[in-house]
Ligand binder design. Structure first.
Ligand SMILES: [Mg+2]
Length: 327
């Protein structure tokens, strides 16, 4: 592939929830770039690994920005290929099932408008590029080796991760997701909660001694929302150098029972509910490995710690007043 510095890359996930015909999308990408005097490379990818490789290539060729055309999973795959502090900015063309990043940062939801607004941010004409924090999940391999995966939005342990795994692991639930979109996660969570006990864990925050808890849910948010329905970390911003924790103790059904409060951003500290802000968390499993999810996809079963990476990613923000951006 011939590339030039300053180009705009587009990674297209043809399997995204709301994908356009590839030819239409390619034409839109080129037209939006032409309008702002830039050239575009549009790459259809068949797997997250290909999206990661394309992001690495975009960075190495000095691309000004790389857009994920798909859902939050596509953005996550691109993030894995961008080195810490890469000048290549991440952009989004929201074509997935939930599009949480686009929702939280107030991006236009149609492809042409989304690309044009973010290119205007790149040129400083409307908003600006912004350096934001990312999270990093650590896990161990079977041979004891360490590995890590970065996240843009959120990682979590417990019920919502079980709901995500339940959809990925069940053809019937995947079909429901294709039909219903985001509500399918709620139905999957109800099925996972039935008859399930709390998960016993030991938790250490910012190097403090471990404490034991029986949890239904433990979310670590760089951003605020779990999907576009539940604001589980309503104070989180991506520019404060810290991550936001919500821990719900008790049986998984308790997290379901509290979810209407999170729908309205009101889940205060109280019996069995902990909100706090931190830079590193470690979680030890006291009985069985907990399901975990990273940016909406199942994570490795041995995930044991999460760190913040302050100011590690450049993103395009045409709407800098969005609360999650610190506006
Ligand atoms: Mg933060």
């Amino acid at each position: 592939m011939q590339t030039q510095p300053g180009e705009i890359f587009f990674v297209v996930n043809p399997n995204a929830g709301n994908s356009l015909h590839p030819r239409t999308l390619t034409a839109i990408c080129h037209a939006a770039c032409e309008q702002s005097g830039r050239s575009a490379q549009v790459v259809a990818t068949r797997s997250p690994e290909e999206a990661t490789d394309t992001a690495r290539q975009a960075h190495e060729s000095g691309a000004a920005a790389i857009f994920g055309c798909g859902g939050d999973g596509t953005l996550s795959a691109i993030l894995q290929g961008l080195p810490l502090g890469s000048p290549t900015a991440l952009g989004a063309v929201p074509l997935g099932t939930a599009n949480v990043w686009a929702y939280e940062t107030g991006l236009p939801l149609t492809p042409m408008a989304a690309i044009s607004a973010q290119l205007a941010a790149l040129d400083g004409l409307q908003g600006a590029p912004l350096w934001i924090d990312t999270g990093k999940v650590w896990s161990t391999g079977a041979d004891g080796s360490l590995s890590s995966q970065r996240f843009l939005l959120m990682a979590s342990w417990g019920l919502d991760a079980a709901a995500v795994s339940g959809i990925v692991g069940s053809e019937r639930r995947s079909r429901i997701k294709r039909m219903l979109g985001e509500p399918a996660y709620f139905f999957s969570a109800v099925q996972e909660a039935i008859g399930r006990k709390a998960w016993p864990v030991a938790v250490s925050i910012d190097g403090a001694p471990y404490f034991e808890a029986e949890i239904a849910l433990l979310t670590v948010g760089n951003t605020r929302m779990l999907g576009t329905w539940l604001e589980v970390n309503p104070q989180a911003t991506v520019v404060d150098g810290e991550l936001d924790l919500l821990m719900v103790e008790g049986a998984p059904w308790r997290a379901l029972a509290l979810s209407p409060l999170a729908r309205h951003s009101w889940l205060p500290n109280g019996p069995g509910v902990t909100n706090l802000r931190f830079r590193r968390i470690e979680v030890a499993y006291l009985r069985e490995p907990l399901p975990n999810q990273i940016d909406g996809d199942p994570g490795p079963p041995s995930a044991y710690a999460i760190d913040i990476e302050p100011g590690a990613l450049r993103v395009l923000c045409p709407n800098p007043t969005a609360p999650v951006l610190g506006g």
